[in-house]
Write a protein that binds this ligand. Structure first.
Ligand code: LLP
Length: 423
């Protein structure tokens, strides 16, 4: 278990609890695989950021891509969170939980016409725009709708962030953002975009970044860019510093919200613009665990495999990024340890949650918990191998509820059709 109290999943008398509820009781009732979230951990992490930055009262836009379960979103809206959205689907979810649209920022490198129209009509705060053709398109659509739309340009600060290559976004080798020269020219030419108010700057250099230094470099670069613009008479009303704050999965020692704020605030103090931020993982990552049942132990003479009822379709992070998730038994037992690869039932070698992990030699049918699974877990789940997506449960104190039903086979084939020429 983690050394510090960063979440509300703790053993009591050898049984894993989420807040006041026994995890095994939920698993028995709902079945596995199942995601379980702690409401308290979720809200506390949001509040940690809000408290650390209270001096400048930023708009905290939860990055919905990390976890878009409606109950998670509602719990955050109840704390006055805004949202960073990246699709029409996420916009619809923001509407469903009655988010304040003046706290919604719409990013994504490829917004479609339909998404842009829906977002303008919804009255979102601003678009984070990632290319000149997209800017022209939003201007054209805004003209048609006779609306003026606020825009922040996502600049690419050309900074390499020390994280996994697949989640690093701040260098010009990535598809994200607009290079500084082009962005500057757009700001200076903004009269050409009659229906846009191009008054914001956005950066996001990557995800799971555990130290402040790369953030500071990117923010400093963006501020120098803003200063230059202001000298040329361009007014910047919004500065969106992105998300990316890392969390504990294994033995990382990530900055706390307070440590991050202590370093960043001196750069932002006294500025005229409103600050936005877009944390996802930091808020929800440690608030969720993922429960699976051990099915079998297979020993092929070379290796031992602990086969579980969850697969890479349920939690893809280990296969996709080689990500580490701590695995613990839901019921502590005195049995000896075995060194195993923890694998799912899917027909790919990559369907592996852990390599050479020392785990208690639990019996078939017992439960395991994969920790830090709240962010990019269910959100990235798929139906690969015609597997229904897992259920999700939220716990608050001694109460718990299913917040997403397990998919059924009927859900999986809904919309499938056999064409007449096959009959
Ligand atoms: N803002 C923008 C523009 C983003 O692209 C992202 C994440 C965030 C905010 C939120 O980043 P966070 O605070 O959660 O690090 N699936 C990967 C992570 C992909 C992140 C994508 N963008 C994973 O499981 O590690």
């Amino acid at each position: 278990m983690y050394a510090h109290p960063i979440h509300d999943f703790q053993y009591k008398n050898g049984e894993l609890y989420c807040e006041g509820v026994k995890v095994s009781a939920i698993a028995k009732k709902v079945g596995t695989p199942v995601y379980i979230y702690s409401h308290t951990t979720l809200v506390e992490h949001f509040c940690k950021i809000r408290a650390a930055f209270s001096e400048i009262d930023p708009i905290i836009c939860f990055a919905m891509k990390a976890n878009s379960n409606l109950a998670i979103l509602k719990a955050l809206v109840n704390e006055d969170a805004g949202f960073d959205i990246v699709s029409g689907g996420e916009l619809k979810k923001a509407k469903m939980v009655k988010a304040d649209m003046r706290k919604v920022a719409f990013a994504s490198v490829g917004k479609t016409e339909g998404e842009i129209i829906e977002a303008i009509k919804a009255g979102i705060l601003l678009f984070n725009v990632e290319s000149k053709p997209e800017l022209l398109n939003i201007n054209r659509i805004a003209a048609r709708l006779k609306k003026t739309v606020q825009v922040a340009l996502r600049i690419n600060p050309d900074i390499e962030a020390p994280t996994h290559a697949k989640i690093s976004t701040g260098s010009l080798k990535n598809k994200f953002g607009i290079d500084l020269k082009t962005a500057r020219q757009i700001f200076l030419d903004q009269k050409a975009y009659k229906y846009l108010k191009i008054n914001g700057v956005h950066i996001h250099i990557g995800s799971q970044i555990t130290k402040a230094a790369p953030f500071l470099r990117a923010i400093e670069k963006a501020l120098a860019f803003i200063d230059d613009l202001e000298m040329d008479g361009v007014r910047i009303d919004y500065f969106d510093i992105g998300g990316g704050l890392g969390i504990v999965y294994k033995d990382e020692n990530p900055q706390t919200a307070k440590q991050y704020a202590d370093k960043v605030l001196p750069l932002l103090r006294g500025r005229k613009f409103k600050v936005l931020m877009e944390p996802g993982r930091f808020i929800v990552g440690n608030a969720g665990i993922f429960i699976t049942t051990k099915l079998y132990l297979k020993d092929n003479g070379v290796k031992k495999f602990m086969i579980v009822d969850a697969g890479m379709n349920d939690l893809v992070r280990p296969s996709m990024y080689g990500a580490y998730h701590e695995i613990i038994p839901v019921k502590k037992s005195a049995v000896g340890k075995v060194t195993v690869d923890v694998v799912g039932p899917i027909c790919e070698s990559g369907d592996t949650f852990a390599f050479d992990r020392k785990l208690p030699d639990i019996q078939d049918g017992e439960y395991l918990a994969l920790l830090s699974a709240g962010a990019y877990g269910y959100a990235m789940a798929s139906n690969y191998n015609v597997r229904p997506r897992a259920a999700e449960v939220m716990v608050k104190g001694h109460q718990w509820a299913i917040i997403q039903e397990r998919e059924t086979f009927k859900d999986l084939v809904a919309g499938s059709k056999l064409p007449g020429f096959l009959k």
